[in-house]
Design a protein around this ligand. Structure first.
Ligand code: ARG
Length: 282
């Protein structure tokens, strides 16, 4: 019997727009705390209804972006590579993520101090390859370092549009050999890498990409994504996925949506190593 999918989330008790580190953030555009809590719980409950076991990290005052657990680090089997945030305002999050990972039995790996790396926000497995975004947050050198440490193939792709500053805002693996992407977030080279290496690569239109539709959480054949992408939802249903649109407007104010609010702890179905793990369990 395979185990339930496991996801780490952090409640939005201290969430808000307190600084501006991406083009979506504007301190004048305050979040509504009640709406943030409702929207966060709707995502939490939709995941739980899919059979996901949710782990929660305790929120910390003064760390408003701690809710974005995709940026905690990168999970590979039992290894947890802790993020090294580019911006000082987020650097205080790393010790909390690290402590959580150690307490939950992960082997924590620290990267050399001169490198920046923002976890599953910028590094996503599709098949056995780790696709890795660099420039705005993570360094290409960090991705190379991870490839050597984990012994996996890493394909770094440059992000060229500051609105899509993390890879998970413009690229989303669906299954081994299948992914969503917004072409405008990559340069010619990046686009050709993705096209050459991913058999079924679904293009998301600019209009739907700006509503964070690539920032989707995939659990088995279910896709949870921000509302505002009816065309993409139709395409996904056409290839056998069910879709759940969610209202995540409060989190978009910080430049995040469904995927950013989650960290898959047992490996997404798109990651070939997660199946190896499942086989080893029973
Ligand atoms: N305000 C956060 C930041 O700019 C949002 C992080 C979104 N996370 C993500 N995985 N895309 O760092």
């Amino acid at each position: 019997m395979s185990r339930s999918p496991r996801i780490l989330m952090c409640p939005p008790d201290y969430y808000g727009i307190e600084y501006e580190i991406n083009p979506w953030m504007n301190r004048e555009n305050a979040t509504d705390p009640t709406a943030s809590v409702w929207q966060w719980w709707a995502l939490h409950d939709a995941l739980r209804d899919l059979g996901v076991e949710i782990e929660t990290l305790e929120p910390v005052p003064g760390l408003p972006d701690l809710v974005f657990t995709a940026n905690a680090g990168l999970v590979f089997h039992n290894t947890f590579v802790v993020s090294r945030f580019r911006h000082g305002v987020r650097q205080g999050e790393a010790p909390h993520f690290e402590r959580w990972a150690r307490r939950h039995g992960f082997d924590v790996v620290d990267m050399p101090p001169h490198l920046h790396f923002e976890g599953a926000g910028d590094a996503l497995f599709c098949g056995s390859t780790l696709f890795a975004g660099y420039r705005y947050r993570s360094d290409a050198g960090a991705h190379q370092w991870i490839g050597t440490q984990l012994g996996v193939e890493v394909l770094p792709v440059e992000l060229v549009d500051p609105r899509f500053y993390h890879l998970d805002t413009c690229f989303c693996p669906l299954a081994e050999g299948a992914a969503l992407y917004y072409p405008g977030a990559f340069d010619d080279y990046g686009r050709s890498v993705l096209r050459d290496r991913i058999e079924t690569l679904i293009e998301v239109e600019a209009e739907e990409a700006v509503s964070f539709s690539c920032n989707a959480v995939v659990v088995g054949r279910s896709v949870l994504l921000n509302e505002g992408a009816p065309k993409l939802a139709r395409i996904l249903r056409g290839i056998g996925f069910t879709t759940t649109p969610l209202r995540l407007t409060e989190f978009i104010k910080a430049g995040g949506s469904a995927k950013c609010l989650t960290l898959r702890l047992d490996g997404e179905e798109a990651a070939s190593w997660s199946h190896a793990e499942a086989l080893a369990v029973h």
